[in-house]
Design a protein around this ligand. Structure first.
Ligand code: HEC
Length: 144
């Protein structure tokens, strides 16, 4: 009888110690995991914030291609601008234009020597300011 009780107490103590250790160990682990996850999500938020900022800057700087519908027919891949495939990618048009169309970019955008672009510009002439800005950006595009 005495022996049996001692045995039970011993067993109970053992189980309690084991369970206590188990919970202690596990809760510590969860906290560490949570700390790691928190840090990761903070990093992710920072990255996302930076990305959306640079996207906004990009779209503001290149908005002129959008407002003049250039991107409906052209991409400017060196500036990261996706666009239609009706016309050629304009990444190198600043340097290629003389060889292809016999005039510099500014003259081409004023009075295109290509039939399609003549239609485009006649239908929607570029202001002197917009033309200068487009020439500037396409010059930059050719240097990327
Ligand atoms: C309706 C579609 C369309 C729109 C809108 C359009 N283009 Fe074009 N563009 C073309 C096509 C097609 C060509 C090729 C013409 C050719 O080779 O005769 C071209 C050629 C050009 C070229 C000569 C590039 C090369 O490599 O031959 C430049 C520069 C150009 N476009 C700039 C612009 C700009 C800037 C705008 C916006 C103001 C614009 N285009 C809007 C269709 C378009």
């Amino acid at each position: 009888m005495q022996l049996k009780t001692n045995g039970m107490i011993f067993l109970l103590a053992f189980v309690l110690a084991f369970a206590g250790g188990y919970f202690f160990f596990n809760s510590g682990k969860t906290e560490v995991m949570q700390a790691v996850t928190n840090e990761q999500s903070t990093k992710k938020e920072v990255v996302e914030e930076e990305e959306s900022q640079s996207e906004e800057q990009a779209s503001a700087e290149f908005e002129i291609f959008n407002t003049n519908s250039c991107l409906s027919c052209h991409a400017v891949s060196s500036l990261g601008l996706e666009g239609g495939i009706t016309g050629p990618d304009l990444s190198n048009s600043y340097t290629d234009i003389e060889g292809k169309h016999g005039v510099d970019l500014d003259s081409f955008l004023k009075e295109p020597t290509s039939a399609v672009m003549t239609g485009v510009i006649e239908g929607n002439p570029l202001s002197d300011e917009d033309r200068a800005e487009i020439v500037d950006l396409l010059k930059k595009a050719s240097e990327e």
